[in-house]
Design a protein around this ligand. Structure first.
Ligand SMILES: Cc1cc2nc3c(=O)[nH]c(=O)nc-3n(C[C@H](O)[C@H](O)[C@H](O)COP(=O)(O)O)c2cc1C
Length: 380
């Protein structure tokens, strides 16, 4: 009997827990159809908005590689190097909503058992913009999408009332989620930015607004490296660069730390893990921390644009893992999801060589009493 990889996440059945994340792999009808045929359990569309989108003049995405023999990290293509990360400053889909209407329903009809999630984005801070979130919600759900993912996380929007600027504000996370929930008939996932002090704060705000799940992480804010020969940024337009987003292998431990904060704070809520996944051993980290699905971008971009080999190895890896652990009675993701969530603890709770002598970095009796203030000289 072949392994059962299916999961139920936010009430939706997935034939496997692996999705293509919102990005170039999910920007066209043909790519999404190919992705479903290749075996992905779901896709999140490239983010759809209502405002005009004009990308920078020049390349939008490049890949950083580490040399195997030297410490060099560079975007230059060269032999004997391995993937370090992706770097992009691409905006959301430059295709208007009208382009997506008709296509989303066609995709869903062609693959009714696959999960189609629409990623959407509008501005914030005015009733008109909240209304735009509602227009996008209604337009996508009328097309038959299974869920919505609210993009509160793009780190390099040209407008400062959008993307990660929403994700950095508890108030906006709540208000926008609530506006969407007022009209949504399908589950609503909020994709949060990793660039805040404590992501659990914004997750809590999104849950208070009614979010059914949190997706994390989007790319991490970063700038391209400077070429030591030309002294130019490796990616620039007219010599100028700007903050963009780092994805791929380099962000896996960073994104896991963000996820761990949230799954510990909200053990009963739903989370979709994103960041640095290219095989099952990576995805397993997110599952063991409590995630119910995992999304992939960089690895798929580098594998025939939609990741046919990546999804094959993810599914095979999960099937082999279930088989290897069958003796523990594990039959599905639910049997091992969250198994290591509570093993992430504050530093002070990690055992010391002499536990009796350790007091969390403090003196045995608590803080030492402050030194008495020196007597002020009475002489004038
Ligand atoms: C070129 C590029 C474009 C992206 N566009 C979007 C987007 O439109 N909406 C979104 O929510 N995330 C977008 N992302 C972020 C990815 O969905 C994902 O969160 C991130 O790349 C981390 O996953 P990874 O390490 O598998 O690449 C984009 C990423 C890249 C590399």
């Amino acid at each position: 009997m072949s392994a059962d990889l299916s999961v139920v996440f936010t009430g939706i059945r997935f034939e496997n827990p692996f999705l293509l994340a919102s990005a170039p792999p999910t920007e066209s009808e043909s790519n999404i159809l190919r992705a479903f045929e290749a075996g992905w359990g779901g896709v999140v569309t490239k983010t759809i908005g209502l405002h005009p989108v004009v990308n920078v003049a020049g390349a939008k995405t490049k890949f950083l590689r580490s040399d195997i023999e030297t410490p060099r990290i560079s975007m230059k293509n060269r032999p004997a190097s391995v993937l370090h990360s992706s770097w992009n400053w691409e905006l959301i889909s430059d295709k208007p909503m009208d382009w997506w209407v008709g296509r989303l329903s066609k995709i869903k009809k062609a693959h009714p058992s696959k999960v189609l999630v629409a990623s959407i984005m509008a501005g914030s801070g005015s009733d008109k913009e909240l209304h735009n979130w509602q227009l996008l919600t209604k337009a996508c759900q009328n097309e038959g999408v299974d869920a919505l993912e609210l993009n509160f996380s793009c780190p390099h929007m040209d407008r400062d009332d959008m993307g990660s600027n929403i994700g950095k504000s508890q108030g906006l996370c709540s208000v926008v989620t609530q506006a969407v929930k007022e009209v949504a008939k399908v589950p609503v996932w909020c994709k949060l930015t990793p660039s805040t002090t404590d992501i659990a704060v914004e997750a809590g705000a999104a849950f208070r607004g009614g979010a059914d799940a949190i997706s994390s992480s989007n790319t991490f804010p970063s700038i391209p490296l400077i070429d030591p020969e030309t002294l130019e940024f490796e990616m620039s337009v007219d010599g100028y660069t700007s903050s963009g987003g780092l994805g791929g292998p380099a962000i896996l431990p960073l994104a896991l730390a963000k996820m761990s904060r949230m799954t510990r704070a909200f053990p009963d809520k739903s989370f979709s893990g994103i960041g640095g996944v290219s095989d099952f051993s990576h995805a397993l980290n997110y599952f063991l921390l409590g995630c119910g699905t995992v999304q992939v971008c960089t690895a798929a971009m580098l594998d025939h644009a939609i990741g046919p080999n990546v999804i094959r190895t993810l599914k095979q890896g999960m099937a082999e893992f279930l088989e290897k652990n069958a003796h523990r009675g594990w039959r599905s993701l639910e049997d091992f999801r969250g198994l290591r969530r509570d093993n992430v603890v504050p530093q002070s709770q990690i055992r010391r060589p002499n536990p009796d002598e350790y007091h969390g970095g403090h003196e045995a009796e608590g803080y030492a009493a402050p030194e008495p203030a020196p007597e002020l000289s009475k002489k004038a």
